[in-house]
Design a protein around this ligand. Structure first.
Ligand SMILES: [Fe+2]
Ligand SMILES: [Fe+2]
Length: 308
């Protein structure tokens, strides 16, 4: 078996086609050609995939015959964060979609709601076909897997993101709150947390040759997330150019949520402030550095100074 290249996915034509600044080194110099909302919609039409086409039979053998109890427990942290995270972002997107100020933006966010539903179903099918938990249906699986999360996960999703979305549900014309919500959702939840976890989890499974059905589906999820983040970068750049107070709203939201986001990247078993292994043999500081570099590239392209 040949060694895979260092980061093969990020060089794939279909990944780079999303225009996510994190995939382009030129973003370090603030240069990027972001797709507009209609181009992002057209790309969504070309990048469809089906959960029902994936084959999890080898994954089932890997999970029960190749992994011991410790490995299964360690993998549950990453899997649970994603499964619950997908469910959270799917439900929070409705009020954001309704609040955006133009129709082309709204049409793209409608496609994103469909994507997030597909991501939930991807995890649901993976869990049930592989036999990850003894559970009866989607709600029960979500409930049982949520025991593996750490408290920062709830602070970030259920307090910080949720507060903005609740506000937008009653005041959809509050554009500053909308800018904060999209900063938290697209730049942090998807751009920093999801894409960092995906990067290291997929790399690890490819390197050791495990969970091939999961890797295939999760790679499709990652491509969707780059497209979502590209929407977020485009939206925030457009808004920051429209009025400097929106640039301030982006910085304010980042300052508030980055400590909790940092905690989400640190699994339960690694004490705060201590170095330890986060995702599959990658240190907490390496995964943090990866997430921050991606954020900084996107902020440069939006036209803002890098966050600390
Ligand atoms: Fe997703
Ligand atoms: Fe997403």
């Amino acid at each position: 078996m040949t060694e895979p290249a260092a980061h093969p996915r990020t060089e794939r034509v279909d990944f780079r086609a999303t225009s996510d600044p994190a995939l382009h080194e030129s973003a370090d110099r603030g240069e990027a050609s972001l797709l507009d909302y209609r181009q992002l919609y057209a790309l969504w039409e070309r990048q469809q995939w089906s959960v029902q086409d994936l084959d999890f039979s080898q994954d089932r053998r890997d999970w029960h015959e190749r992994f011991d109890a410790d490995e299964r427990a360690a993998r549950m942290y990453g899997l649970s964060s994603f499964f619950i995270g997908e469910q959270r972002v799917a439900v929070e997107l409705g009020p954001i979609m309704r609040a955006v100020p133009d129709e082309d933006m709204r049409v793209f966010l409608c496609t994103q709601i469909a994507d997030e539903a597909r991501h939930v179903m991807f995890f649901d099918r993976f869990y049930s076909e592989v036999g990850i938990l003894e559970a009866d249906g989607l709600e029960d699986r979500l409930e049982q897997t949520s025991k593996h999360l750490n408290p920062e996960f709830n602070t970030f999703f259920d307090e910080q993101l949720h507060a903005r979305v609740d506000r937008l549900a009653v005041e959809p014309e509050d554009t500053e709150t909308l800018v904060e919500a999209i900063t938290i959702y697209h730049m942090v939840a998807e751009g920093m947390l999801a894409l960092t976890g995906q990067h290291f989890i997929i790399d690890y499974n490819e390197r050791v040759g495990t969970l091939p059905g999961f890797v295939e589906g999760f790679t499709n999820v990652a491509r969707d997330e780059h497209r979502h983040v590209a929407f977020g970068a485009r939206f925030l750049r457009d808004m920051a150019r429209r009025d400097p107070r929106y640039g301030d709203a982006i910085q304010r939201a980042l300052a508030e949520v980055l400590p909790a986001a940092d905690g989400v990247l640190r699994p339960k078993w690694v004490p705060a402030g201590e170095e330890g292994t986060a995702f599959y043999g990658v240190s907490v500081s390496d995964s943090r550095a990866f997430a921050l570099q991606a954020l900084q590239r996107r902020l440069k392209v939006i036209g803002l100074a890098a966050a600390a």
